[in-house]
Design a protein around this ligand. Structure first.
Ligand SMILES: Cc1cc2nc3c(=O)[nH]c(=O)nc-3n(C[C@H](O)[C@H](O)[C@H](O)COP(=O)(O)OP(=O)(O)OC[C@H]3O[C@@H](n4cnc5c(N)ncnc54)[C@H](O)[C@@H]3O)c2cc1C
Length: 219
């Protein structure tokens, strides 16, 4: 159930070019499902809030990975030691219950955050189905969790990275179906900007994927 708590920003550190890991200490651990998010705001300005996916939790500390945007994120990045209001968890963009499902994750830019959380949890939880990630960022330097995702690869998880401004093209359904043997029997999880989601969705529908096998979250 969603709750509202006051947290303290413990640390803000670089994750990739243009994005930072923000760790918030809470009064007690948050009961969330990988893929869910919290609304963050500043004390006294609680109506001005933004959604951020929970990347990980360690005891009472929850971690977000946040792309620098406008004034809200700038203020958050200079809030070490200060209080923030944390509301959540929210969201239904979570793993299916059946661990034997094959899942293809498609991320655009900072849209990797809920997917990274789901992938790490699924692998830790001995997921039985096959998992594949297709992750696009403008440049390798801007890609979050590149090393972590690379080292998570194994028997039932593969990651493919696309750098759209460094010549490796865009992820597309043809490439997914060409390289992923279980694409015809998978659930698709897409997260990123709205244009990318609607483009991917229509490509997948054209390939015969049924609408109820496509789940998405727009940032
Ligand atoms: C479910 C979800 C999860 C997300 N997870 C992440 C993440 O993990 N990392 C990340 O970097 N980004 C994430 N985002 C995007 C993030 O919430 C912000 O949209 C982003 O940081 C851009 O903020 P902005 O203030 O620059 O943009 P803006 O376009 O100004 O605002 C974006 C949204 O914030 C709300 N908003 C804006 N101004 C106000 C206001 N004055 N009062 C109340 N609400 C307002 C509105 O809903 C608006 O659509 C997520 C978004 C969603 C929906």
């Amino acid at each position: 159930m969603a709750r509202k708590m006051t947290g303290t920003v413990l640390s803000v550190g670089k994750e990739a070019e243009g994005s930072k890991k923000v760790v918030v200490n809470l009064e007690e651990p948050l009961n969330f499902l990988p893929g869910q998010y919290c609304m963050l705001s500043f004390p006294g300005r609680e109506e001005d809030k933004r959604a951020f996916s929970i990347v990980a939790q360690n005891g009472n500390n929850i971690m977000f990975c946040i792309k620098k945007s406008r004034s809200f994120t700038e203020r958050l990045f200079s809030s070490t030691g200060k209080n923030v209001i944390v509301e959540g968890p929210y969201g239904r963009f979570v793993l299916p219950r059946d661990k034997s499902e094959n899942i293809i994750f498609i991320a655009g830019g900072i849209g990797i955050t809920p997917l990274y959380s789901m992938i790490s949890a699924a692998l830790k939880d001995e997921w039985k189905g096959n998992l594949a990630l297709f992750y696009s960022a403008r440049r390798k330097e801007e890609m979050c969790f590149f090393n972590e995702l690379s080292s998570l690869q194994g028997e039932n998880f593969t990651a493919r990275f696309f750098f759209t401004r460094q010549g490796s093209g865009r992820v597309n359904a043809e490439e997914i179906f060409r390289t992923c043997p279980f694409a015809n029997d998978a659930i698709f999880y897409i997260c990123g900007p709205s244009a990318m989601i609607s483009d991917m969705r229509s490509q997948l529908l054209k390939r015969g994927v049924s609408d109820d096998r496509i789940r998405s979250e727009e940032f």
